[in-house]
Design a protein around this ligand. Structure first.
Ligand SMILES: C[S@@+](CC[C@H](N)C(=O)[O-])C[C@H]1O[C@@H](n2cnc3c(N)ncnc32)[C@H](O)[C@@H]1O
Length: 320
């Protein structure tokens, strides 16, 4: 069951509240002089907590596929890095290209790596990004605003079967075939261009709601929107690449006994990939899994920030 439907989220001034912050620091255990790669700099929430621990003499490299969030976190984190005596690079890049970015920066490996997957609250809350349907907006959904494929293109151009498969696979939506059929029926008359039009269509495919189970309480359009966002941004492909590259990114001989990586996921499909990759590394590649079970939010955090309720943190350390 996908969990990334907690659309209401708490906000701080940066427009996004970092989840599992203490737990991330606990797992990565950052120390002065270390190099940390934050694959998802976002609004700089985790970065603002990590950077002071790296000084003096450390280095923080942040990536974000959203150019606006890369800019935002660079501005937010610059004074913090300066004060702490830490080198700072925040780059507009997809973490699937992390190896290349580090190479360009002359960094061979990092002592700590963080990936806090998915979207930031500021992206979900902006109707112009088309990720949510609480307000009407264009069917965009790109995290990287320079990317070419939008949700509107997928909805209006994909064959019916491919649409159904996508909605089923990434949204775990049991009515995916019916929804795909309705999409194709509507788009033969007029293109589907807004989040409102798509949400109404999915609700119609569901019909009137009968019970008040949790699955029924969430808006029926939620799973379809999540599936499209994951597809538009090839989120699973990027995660697979990062997990494949992970052993080569982590320093064998850093200031830690071995480099550490922490990944926070919000969707069962992501968590399954992370779990499988970490178990594989733990068995035969000289790594130790630090989290036998995923670390989750405590009651206070879950109350204060609903988005944290679906967060799962897993961590691994290079042991040899
Ligand atoms: C959950 S937010 C991270 C929030 C951040 N940890 C903070 O505390 O502010 C996820 C961020 O990762 C970015 N992102 C998602 N997929 C990415 C990818 N494949 N490569 C780089 N950035 C990505 C999104 O644009 C978003 O800004």
């Amino acid at each position: 069951m996908p969990e990334a439907h907690e659309e209401q989220a708490a906000h701080d001034d940066a427009g996004h509240m970092p989840v599992l912050a203490e737990q991330v620091l606990g797992q990565l255990d950052p120390k002065p002089g270390q190099v940390v790669l934050d694959c998802t700099a976002g609004r700089g929430g985790h970065g603002a907590l990590l950077i002071p621990k790296l000084g003096p003499g450390g280095r923080y490299v942040g990536l974000d596929t959203d150019p606006a969030n890369a800019d935002y976190s660079r501005h937010r984190l610059s004074p913090i890095a300066k004060q702490a005596g830490v080198g700072l690079d925040v780059v507009h890049a997809n973490f699937r290209d992390a190896r290349g970015v580090l190479r360009q920066l002359g960094i061979e490996g990092v002592d700590g790596l963080l990936a806090d997957l998915g979207f930031a609250s500021n992206q979900m809350d902006d109707p112009a990004r088309g990720m949510a349907f609480s307000e009407d907006g264009p069917l965009d959904m790109r995290l990287d605003t320079g990317a070419t494929v939008t949700a509107e293109q997928l909805i209006n151009q994909l064959p019916q079967d491919e649409l159904a498969d996508l909605i089923y696979e990434f949204g775990e939506e049991r009515l995916s075939r019916r929804i795909a059929r309705k999409i194709v029926e509507l788009r033969t008359h007029e293109p589907i261009t807004t989040t409102g039009a798509l949400a109404r269509l999915v609700r119609r495919a569901y019909g009137p709601r009968k019970s008040s189970s949790r699955r029924q309480r969430i808006d029926p359009a939620t799973r379809t929107f999540m599936a499209l966002r994951i597809a538009v941004n090839d989120e699973m492909g990027a995660l697979d690449q990062l997990l494949t590259d992970l052993p080569g990114l982590l320093n064998p001989g850093g200031l830690n006994p071995g480099g550490r990586a922490a990944v926070i996921s919000f969707h069962s499909l992501e968590d399954r990939r992370v779990k499988r990759a970490f178990l594989g590394l733990g068995k035969d590649a000289g790594f130790k899994v630090l989290t036998r079970k995923p670390v989750t939010a405590n009651d206070d955090e879950a109350r204060a920030n609903p988005r944290s309720r679906s967060a799962k943190l897993r961590a691994i350390e290079r042991s040899g």
